[in-house]
Design a protein around this ligand. Structure first.
Ligand SMILES: *Cc1c(COP(=O)(O)O)cnc(C)c1O
Length: 361
């Protein structure tokens, strides 16, 4: 059985080498006579994996000394309320830049917990673009400014980040973390579920500036406080040990493939193939995103009629391409090209798209 051409939006493709490696050591990890899942999370064998994963993120993203890397659970979705619980005092306003469904969800949670505002939004155009950083309304009373670096559902991505002055910049990077280099020092907190670019679901990576850890009010419950997890090296409670093990091995794979720079080059090359096909299809394929806001991670497009969208998705499925349907909230088609998706899969999809147009255009 050949591996599928996997364009799933998340959970998504994992590097085959990493899966093979996991299979090899599944029943006997590091001569312990146990799988990594069966080890105590307090054992030296597990702790080595855990610490290596944290060190790997620090190295690959050039994380400055005054930041902590945390490995938590609950997905990006738990970060939505945790951020305002920890960082939104009563006399301040949380500033959310709306660029898609995930930023709307993040804002919805903050609204339950305090005062919020929308510093900028591309909602009026159905999120086809990223607002100009100069147009974001940032105020000195903003508790923080929250952005979503890549909009998984609409297929847009920030290509430069706002300078927010005294207001801490916070980013949901769930669908593009480690797909490219980023200036971590511009952010006070960034977070990402692992299941798109870094591993399986179950572990969420947080990179947080140490000075943020002191701000949490005393009333926030222990497990929902960032300082709890920072103080305990993300071992306050049982971590998702197998997910952390997989994360660690994906990080090593990223390192072998040129790190963040290597991923950027690889991802841009993949995305370019599909955008080239869309742009040269004489309007047969139309991209959802405006060109300058296009995402290298999620390529969203439509065919001339709904019937053709359906036919395209059906024929693609029959030809061995998985996960090309757009998100249920927007429809159309979407190819997710996260780190582990190969250039060969993208070339095969490009050929398929060109052939489909010849047959139905
Ligand atoms: C997938 C995704 C999420 C949701 O992540 P969960 O781990 O399911 O909570 C949030 N934000 C963005 C940008 C995403 O792509």
């Amino acid at each position: 059985m050949p591996r599928a051409h996997n364009f799933n939006a998340g959970p998504a493709a994992l590097p085959e080498e990493v899966l093979e490696h996991a299979r090899e050591e599944l029943v006997d990890f590091n001569a312990t006579g146990m799988s990594v899942m069966e080890l105590s999370h307090r054992s030296a064998d597990y702790e080595a994996v855990h610490n290596e994963a944290i060190a790997g993120i620090k190295e690959l993203l050039n994380v400055p000394e005054d930041y902590e890397v945390l490995l938590l659970q609950g997905g990006a979705s738990l970060q939505f309320p945790m951020i305002p619980m920890n960082f939104l005092p009563e006399n301040q306003t949380a500033n959310y830049v709306l660029t898609g469904s995930w930023s709307e969800k993040a804002l919805k949670e903050a609204k339950l917990l305090g005062r919020t505002k929308t510093g900028a939004s591309s909602g009026e155009s159905n999120y086809t673009y990223i607002p100009d950083v100069k147009d974001i309304d940032i105020d000195k009373n903003d508790a923080y400014v929250h952005i979503t670096s890549n909009n998984t559902i609409f297929g847009t991505q920030w290509h430069n980040f706002p300078q927010t002055g005294a207001a801490p910049l916070i980013a949901d990077m769930s669908s593009d973390i480690l797909s490219r280099p980023i200036p971590v020092e511009d952010f006070s907190l960034l977070y990402a579920g692992a299941q798109k670019n870094l591993g399986p679901s179950g572990v969420t990576v947080i990179i947080i500036k140490k000075e943020m850890l002191k701000q949490t009010p005393d009333t926030v419950p222990t497990v929902l406080r960032y300082d709890t997890h920072a103080d305990k090296n993300s071992l306050y409670n049982t971590p998702p040990t197998f997910a952390v093990y997989m994360l660690n091995n994906v990080l090593k794979w990223i390192k072998r493939h040129g790190g963040a720079e290597g991923m950027k080059k690889r991802n841009e090359e993949k995305a370019e193939l599909l955008y080239h096909t869309i742009d040269n299809s004489n309007g047969f394929y139309t991209g959802h995103a405006e060109k300058e806001s296009r995402s290298a991670m999620n390529v969203t497009f439509n065919l001339p009629e709904e019937e053709l969208n359906k036919k395209f998705l059906q024929e693609a499925q029959n030809a061995g391409f998985t996960g090309l349907n757009g998100h249920r909230s927007v429809g159309g088609c979407r190819a997710s090209l996260y780190n582990a998706v190969s250039l060969e899969s993208c070339e095969a999809l490009q050929t398929f798209m060109e052939q489909f147009q010849k047959n139905h255009g």
